[in-house]
Design a protein around this ligand. Structure first.
Ligand code: NAD
Length: 289
């Protein structure tokens, strides 16, 4: 399969590299030449535009920050719907609004392009290791057709429903992840304020019922106040907005999600948007000093 990859950032870069390693011919495009250069360094091909990337592609993967970028890359005059050939798959792995996914999917289907929304969880580490969780919305046959490619990128793959359903599952994922970060931050503040060594304390939590992937991967860096991204506060703030809007559309109240969304908004407002989302700790810290 010839694959085009648009968006070679923190996640897209290592994901595209894994496809190259698995034997796919990958042609990548990113607004930033840096990302394209990194793909060429690992054996991929570089493109200078979306049309150049999708020429001859059997599948195009997009891994972009947010809904407006996906809309631009899909719908623009230089976009993939205009330049992709009928029969091509479009797998959008960005985290965006479910309704945007649905709109892109409907427009793609009219052009004969086969759309899937396939957002991921597992962070930069999961992207590098090829161990992402991937939640897929769209036609089940299209999912089966691209499953071998997705299996290069992740280990937990699920078809979860029609177009947009992958994004709804991702919204649920993000409210859980945000909530756990907030509570780990509160645990650190409590331990430190009580004169208990937070390293020892969180080691015990990580081995018990409170254990989680977040405690496993991030407890040491959080205690040391190391917040290099990872997953940026700006992006998680976007995702909490998606979760709140999805709850409103579904007609349900999610009170804890509301609190986490406000803490994330505070982190952004305090100027921490480009730090890792574990920097939620800075907000809890500021509430207490
Ligand atoms: P990023 O900002 O590192 O990468 C996005 C890339 O898209 C950048 O390199 C940017 O130059 C490029 N880009 C933006 N607009 C473009 C355009 N019009 N044409 C071509 N390239 C364009 O972001 P990321 O952390 O890789 O996240 C990508 C998506 O994956 C987001 O939706 C994010 O919410 C989601 N996600 C991220 C993580 C994580 O841990 N970083 C985890 C799961 C999901």
């Amino acid at each position: 399969m010839n694959a085009a990859f648009v968006g070679l950032g923190i996640m897209g870069g290592p994901m595209a590299a894994n496809l190259v390693r698995a034997g796919y011919v990958v042609t990548g495009y990113d607004l930033s030449p840096e990302g394209v250069r990194r793909l060429i360094d690992v054996g991929g091909k570089g493109a200078a535009s979306v049309p150049e990337a999708v020429a001859g592609a059997d599948v195009v993967i997009t891994m972009l920050p947010d809904s407006p970028q996906v809309e631009e890359v899909a719908f623009g005059a230089d976009g993939l719907l205009e330049h992709g050939r009928p029969g091509m798959f479009h797998v959008d792995m960005s985290t965006i609004k479910p309704e945007t996914s649905l709109r892109v999917a409907q427009a793609a289907t009219i052009k004969g392009i086969r759309p899937l929304d396939a957002p991921v969880s597992g962070g930069e580490r999961g992207a590098i290791d090829g161990t992402l969780s991937i939640m897929v919305g769209g036609d089940p046959d299209d999912y089966e057709a691209v499953r071998p490619l997705l299996a290069v990128l992740g280990t937990t793959l699920r078809h979860v429903g029609p177009s947009g359903a992958g994004q709804t599952v991702k919204a649920a994922n993000q409210l859980v992840v945000g909530g756990i970060y907030g509570l780990v931050a509160e645990a650190i503040i409590l331990l430190e304020a009580s004169g208990v060594d937070p390293e020892s304390g969180l080691d015990v939590l990580a081995g018990g019922l409170a254990g989680s992937r977040i405690l496993e991967l991030r407890r040491h860096s959080m205690i040391k106040r190391e917040f290099a991204p990872g997953f940026r506060i700006d992006l998680h703030h976007k995702d909490m907005g998606i979760a709140i809007a999805a709850a409103r559309r579904a007609g349900v109240a999610l009170p804890l999600t509301g609190v986490v969304a406000e803490l994330m908004a505070a982190a952004k407002a305090q100027g921490h948007g480009s730090l890792d989302h574990s920097a939620l700790l800075k907000v809890i810290e500021r509430l207490n000093t």
